[in-house]
Ligand binder design. Structure first.
Ligand code: SF4
Length: 357
């Protein structure tokens, strides 16, 4: 059996690590040793000393949902007095504000609405594209599966029509922990691991890029996290369609899962997850830190744990903030945090390309 130091050295030299080695690293490696190896890999992949970020806006077009995930404080059932579907005009107004702030994209996600068919989504996307030059990064796998079911279409047909209407890429929401043992516990009605992966595979096959995510702190064990990373790496080997990996932490306020009083993911544990992700996902170009859930200070430290992207300034965010995350920043603050950590901040597009004004 190799020592932790040998595994890290060979990984930095370019060798792939396997499941058992990842377990050993997470359990035994010293925090700074792990971070330093991840930082060296980040440096090799992104040698210009740049940390990127994006100006975009999360628009939650509806909070109506039929999945009842135990970790969610955002959704409302149909007919609830707080349930909504945003009027298109309001969505347009939010996009106008985003563009005025120098934004380049919208991340539009909602609940899994039981009734909205594909024509609603087509009209929404087409209406946006007629009015604005903006990247539409929209609808996570559970929503895509639902649109397909409600509209009696295949997933490929659904993507084909949404893409024609203006969909540019898909966010990887709804991934949480890609292991059905955990999914059956925390979100039994939501898509299973293979379905989540299948939706991404279809998107990639049609040329749409997507992001991969992970939410820790929901009662998963280390082997669930590593299986999650393994499944992402396998799919990326197959398709190459993921632009980035974004791990964040469960926010417990106002959620049934929060009542279980699960141990919170500490800063150190989150940094270990970031570093291990950078080490394990050798075929994903970008790792993004979730300052929204961890705060700007941990976000800044994360830049030395394999991270090359600071994410979004989050002009608007409703889902995670409903569960307790209240962190906020504008682009001046985000740039300062990046600079103070010794990097060059650079605005990017949704597809992780350099933004040229
Ligand atoms: S996490 Fe998403 S799918 Fe689950 S209940 Fe909340 S809005 Fe619905």
């Amino acid at each position: 059996m190799k020592s932790v130091g040998e595994i890290l050295e060979s990984r930095v030299e370019g060798r792939r690590i396997d499941f058992d080695e990842a377990t050993q690293l997470f359990e035994e490696a010293d925090l700074l040793e792990l971070g330093s190896a991840a930082d060296r890999i980040r440096e090799r992949l992104h040698p210009d000393n740049v940390i990127s970020y994006i100006i975009d806006r999360n628009i939650n077009y509806t909070n109506v949902c039929k999945e009842f995930c135990s970790f969610c404080a955002f959704y409302r059932v149909k007919g609830d007095s707080e349930a909504y579907v945003l009027p298109n005009e309001l969505i347009y107004k939010k996009i106008e504000e985003t563009l005025a702030l120098g934004g380049t994209g919208i991340l539009m996600q909602g609940g899994v609405h039981p009734d909205l068919k594909i024509d609603y989504y087509e009209q929404l996307l087409a209406g946006i594209k007629q009015r604005f030059k903006i990247h539409c990064h929209c609808f996570s796998p559970p929503e895509i599966l639902n649109i397909a079911r409600v509209s009696k279409l295949t997933v490929a047909e659904t993507f084909g029509r949404l893409h024609a209407a203006g969909l540019d890429s898909m966010p990887g929401g709804g991934g949480e922990i890609l292991d059905d043992e955990i999914r059956n516990d925390i979100s039994p009605l939501k898509c299973k691991t293979d379905e989540w992966l299948m939706v991404h595979r279809e998107a990639h096959r049609l040329g749409l890029r997507t992001t991969a995510t992970m939410m820790t702190g929901v009662g998963e064990a280390l082997h669930h996290r590593i299986r999650h990373l393994q499944r992402l790496r396998d799919l990326q080997d197959e398709t190459g369609g993921f632009t980035a990996f974004i791990p964040w932490t469960f926010q417990p306020d106002n959620t049934p899962l929060g009542e279980r009083n699960l141990p919170e993911v500490t800063a150190v544990e989150y940094l270990r997850v970031l570093a291990l992700s950078r080490l394990f996902l050798d075929n994903v170009a970008n790792v993004q830190v979730s300052w929204l859930t961890m705060g700007l200070k941990i976000g800044q430290v994360g830049l030395r744990f394999g991270v090359n992207d600071m994410g979004s300034i989050m002009i608007e965010e409703n889902v995670i903030s409903a569960a307790g995350a209240k962190n906020r920043a504008n682009d001046v603050e985000l740039r300062r945090v990046i600079q103070d950590a010794g990097f060059i901040p650079r605005q990017r597009t949704t597809l992780y390309e350099r933004y040229v004004n």
